[in-house]
Design a protein around this ligand. Structure first.
Ligand code: F6P
Length: 319
């Protein structure tokens, strides 16, 4: 193992920089040179890279986003794109590629692995939507951002007796809504994994307000419903003053939390350890407090399943 590449791909996530730093410094420690590929798979297809050393990754640990930049790349998602990427990796003389990104990026890594490239993937995504790992890099920071936003909204909700629907990200996964709902003390958590009934919701809202609640926060996962229709229908059904807040990209940036810095760092170092041991074509994850790895093709197959116990806790506590 003499030279490797590292890239970030898909949506940026806080902690990606900490992961790159750990990969570069750990690789250099073992005498491995690192090419930082810019703008994900698109940059790879354009041979857009720079050699990274320990100094190149100074002062990035605490920064959100990704200093290598990222992109979504339709060209790479074709058989021709994958072959072209494989040939470029071989031309550059890269012995392995570390891919940091969400499930789409890990899928891309798996395609390259099928073409004989050695790949190690790290889960970088705010969505926490991969079943092989308890946490993805960026999720903790995102729910912390949502927590602060909802705390502010709660002031207005209480002051005006208003209902707030707060839409959060997560694609088809309800983890951001569920975890944020619990740490914010939301009255309702609506996730794609569990069907909901607007009439029942509206009845709950009216009952709670009648019982003296002066605030009502509904955490709505983006994959669960159209936020505008959802809010409008609830407003009509309940007759309560109901407003929508879409947190959007505010929850994707920002300085990574201590948890994400630690997770990304441990995963980055582990990725290099795996390569040193001759392990390849795996995705790095965390189970409990242990950093683990799973075969790439299995990692992309296992979807995240909602933690039903946590969901029950959210319901029990939202009285
Ligand atoms: O995967 C991260 C994520 O922020 C999702 O939560 C969201 O659905 C999506 O990316 C938005 O994608 P884009 O950056 O392409 O708008």
């Amino acid at each position: 193992m003499k030279t490797i590449g590292v890239l970030t791909s898909g949506g940026d996530a806080p902690g990606m920089n900490a992961a790159i730093r750990a990969v570069v410094r750990s690789a250099n420690y073992h005498g491995i040179e690192v090419y930082g590929i810019k703008r994900g798979f698109r940059g790879l297809l354009e041979k857009n890279y720079e050699v990274l050393d320990s100094r190149s990754v100074s002062d990035i640990l605490q920064k959100g986003g990704t200093f290598l930049k990222t992109a979504r790349c339709p060209e790479f998602n074709t058989p021709e794109g994958v072959i072209k990427a494989r040939d470029i990796i071989n031309d550059l003389g890269l012995d392995a590629l570390v891919v940091i990104g969400g499930d789409g990026s890990i899928r891309g890594g798996a395609e390259l692995a099928k073409q004989g490239i050695k790949v190690i993937a790290l889960p970088g995504s705010i969505d926490n939507d991969m079943g092989y790992t308890d946490y993805t890099i960026g999720f903790d920071t995102a729910i912390t951002t949502v927590m602060h936003a909802v705390s502010n909204l709660r002031d207005t909700s209480s002051s005006h007796g208003r209902v707030f629907v707060v839409q959060v990200m997560g694609r088809e996964c309800g983890d951001i809504a569920l975890h944020a709902g619990i740490i914010c003390g939301a009255e309702e958590v609506i996730v794609p994994e569990v069907p909901f009934d607007l009439k029942e919701l509206s009845a709950n809202m009216k009952r709670s307000m009648a019982r003296g609640k002066d605030h009502y926060i509904i955490l709505l996962a983006e994959g669960a419903a159209d936020p505008f229709e959802f809010t409008e229908e609830l407003k009509e059904l309940s007759g309560l003053n109901t407003r929508l807040n879409i947190i959007g990209y505010l929850q994707r940036g920002g300085s990574p939390s201590s948890f994400d810095r630690m997770l990304a760092t441990r995963m980055g170092v582990y990725a290099i350890d795996l390569l040193m041991e001759g392990v390849e074509n795996v995705a790095v994850g965390i189970k409990g407090n242990d950093i683990v790895h799973e075969e790439l093709y299995k990692a992309v197959e296992v979807r995240d399943s909602l933690d039903r116990d946590l969901y029950e806790i959210a319901k029990i506590l939202a009285v």
